[in-house]
Design a protein around this ligand. Structure first.
Ligand code: RAT
Ligand code: ZN
Length: 437
């Protein structure tokens, strides 16, 4: 029985009809601006690594891996092609000769549809002409508007030369973009990183001799002041252990955690990638492995003053991650990462998280690499989040508690931006995006 009179102020607004409830949830989830807290998208100031348009969209490593399943081209033959030729081959293989049933394939269809382009076109002539005609700053605004993304967090690795030029020339000015300081080269490729730094004149060595740890702190401090990142981040292999008897453990304890504490920066861990399972596929050649969530629990337990954001790549780790988050309030689960970013799995994980964590998690990040991917990644994720949320509210209604529209808005805003804002201490409000009616 629904006791509407217990809260007279909200009684008029209570959604006791399930159809109306679902319509409201759909509308609010579709229109609430989101902070995309992990992407590989860059603003135009970053030059050639700011990817956009049909050729970059089709050269996405998700689609490259799928193309090899439906053609006989050799890896070497494929990589010899130009970007345009690869896009033509991917289009022909996945969209003309086959039906684009996969999530990455459907994503291209959603993007083309959003811009009024023909997803059944025999070639890329029309799509190329369209994207060529777009002025990048206006196009960026339009994409963010369609995707209802208010702010974007980039992935910025100080060892990546492609970014160096922009940072050396004063960085970027687009207030909707934020940096995150990525530590993959430092933590996963330590001998190489040590060599590169020594080459740059930093007195560090792979054996941690001399003042290596304090020099690395200086290196991080310097990049923190240049990038002003919202968090420090690293992707970790499926066999990541903590504690462990390796260089990564020392770097985490002696360099990364002290830097996080001193600068008040959250540490983002993305666990479960198995890099280079098939190196011939290049960026498309990484796999997935089940990781040990107890490593994350120990990090959270030993460092209560550090806020951790965590996502796991294996479906098998999702339940353990939820349980870990119930134990540690300095742990924020986020996103359905990479191979998990498929509607059926997003639905499953989001429902599991509602049941175990209520609204105290970040449901999704896009991981977009190409600007227009924001359009499909967010449209598709929003559909699953809205369905899962509607079902949760409906169950609540059946148990005797209706929700009001304002409460739905509060919950969705919390999950789409509030949890992240609070976690990383982000106060500025990005460009306001009007809600659709
Ligand atoms: O999801 C992806 O596109 C992967 O290629 C990786 O970039 C992953 O997201 C990462 O950040 O390491
Ligand atoms: Zn990523």
């Amino acid at each position: 029985m629904i006791r509407v009179m217990d809260n007279p102020a909200a009684a008029d607004d209570l959604l006791t009809d399930t159809n109306t409830l679902r319509q409201q949830v759909d509308r609010i989830v579709a229109s609430t601006p989101v902070i995309d807290m992990h992407t590989h998208v860059f603003p135009p100031e970053f030059g050639s690594i700011c990817l956009f348009g049909i050729d970059d969209l089709l050269n996405y490593h998700y689609l490259i891996a799928e193309t090899f399943r439906s053609t006989n081209i050799s890896y070497a033959g494929f990589w010899k092609l130009s970007k345009t030729e690869r896009a033509d081959l991917i289009w022909k293989t996945l969209f003309v000769e086959n039906t684009p049933l996969s999530e990455a394939g459907r994503g291209i269809v959603s993007v083309l549809d959003a811009f009024g382009l023909d997803a059944r076109a025999p070639n890329l002539k029309e799509a190329r002409a369209f994207f060529k005609s777009r002025k990048l700053p206006d196009h960026l605004d339009r994409v963010l508007e369609i995707a209802r993304v208010s702010e974007i967090v980039m992935t910025n690795d100080p060892f990546h030369e492609s970014e160096g030029h922009t940072w050396k020339n004063g960085g970027f000015r687009n207030a909707r973009f934020h940096a995150s300081l990525r530590l993959d080269t430092l933590l996963n490729d330590w001998p190489d990183a040590a060599r590169t730094l020594a080459h740059q004149g930093l007195p560090v060595n792979a054996g941690f001799g001399g003042n290596t740890a304090s020099e690395l702190r200086r290196f991080l401090d310097n990049w923190i002041s240049i990038m002003q990142p919202l968090y420090l981040a690293v992707s970790l292999p499926a066999d990541f252990k903590f504690p462990n008897d390796d260089a990564r453990d020392r770097l985490i304890r002696e360099v990364v955690l002290p830097a996080a504490k001193e600068h008040g920066l959250a540490l983002t861990l993305m666990v479960g990638a198995r890099r280079g399972v098939n190196p011939a596929l290049r960026a498309a050649g990484d796999g997935v492995g089940k990781a040990d969530v107890t490593a994350l629990e120990r990090l959270c337990a030993e460092n209560p003053e550090v806020r951790f954001l965590a996502t796991f790549l294996s479906r098998e780790n999702q339940h353990e991650l939820c349980v870990a988050a119930r134990k540690f309030s300095n742990l924020m689960p986020f996103g359905c990462w990479w191979f998990l970013n498929n509607p059926s799995i997003v639905s499953e994980i989001t429902r599991e998280r509602f049941e175990l964590l209520g609204p105290s998690f970040i449901p999704q990040h896009s991981d977009a690499r190409v600007l227009e991917q924001l359009v499909y990644k967010w449209a598709h994720a929003r559909q699953q989040i809205a369905d899962a949320l509607s079902d949760s509210y409906e169950q609540l209604l059946k148990s005797g508690r209706a929700v009001a529209r304002a409460e739905i808005e509060r919950d969705v805003t919390r999950m789409f931006s509030g949890n992240f804002r609070g976690w990383v201490g982000l106060k500025t409000v990005g460009a306001r995006i009007e809600a659709v009616s």
